[in-house]
Design a protein around this ligand. Structure first.
Ligand code: ZN
Length: 140
């Protein structure tokens, strides 16, 4: 993994407002470190540019690996994974009524929820605590 210049890192964090661009976990309340994720992976000739970088929690990054598409669990057809640079979060995801779970509402959304496991137990538990502190869901 090539080193990402600090100047780029700063812009990526600011652009994401400190939240994972996939599961919206806030870095400020995460025990694990966040990553500067290549949306199109380097092995698929993705570049280390602002347009190809996303701020991602360690969990989403680990589950995404080098994938850019995954099956939509509803149709079983391959769908592109959510791209924070070209896709709008609210067009592909919504919060469950209790705000604990992310629900995919399009093939992209469902494939991403499933592949990145955005409703991991730790995420759901943290969302529950953040709700009690009036810090969730984030207003991004
Ligand atoms: Zn995440």
């Amino acid at each position: 993994m090539p080193k990402i210049p600090i100047s780029l890192q700063r812009i990526v964090v600011e652009r994401a407002k400190g939240y994972c661009e996939y599961c919206q976990l806030p870095a400020a309340f995460s025990a694990s470190s966040f990553n500067f994720e290549h949306i199109i992976p380097l092995i698929k000739e993705g570049l280390t540019t602002l347009f190809n970088l996303a701020y991602s929690c360690g969990g989403c990054n680990a589950h995404k690996k080098d994938k850019i598409e995954a099956p939509d669990p509803l149709t079983r057809q391959l769908a592109p994974l959510f791209n924070p640079r070209t896709d709008k979060w609210s067009e592909h995801f919504q919060w469950s009524e209790d705000n604990l779970h992310i629900i995919g509402i399009t093939p992209i959304g469902r494939a991403t929820v499933n592949r990145l496991k955005v409703n991991r137990e730790g995420n759901v538990n943290l969302r529950g605590l953040l709700i009690l502190a009036n810090l969730h869901p984030p207003s991004l």
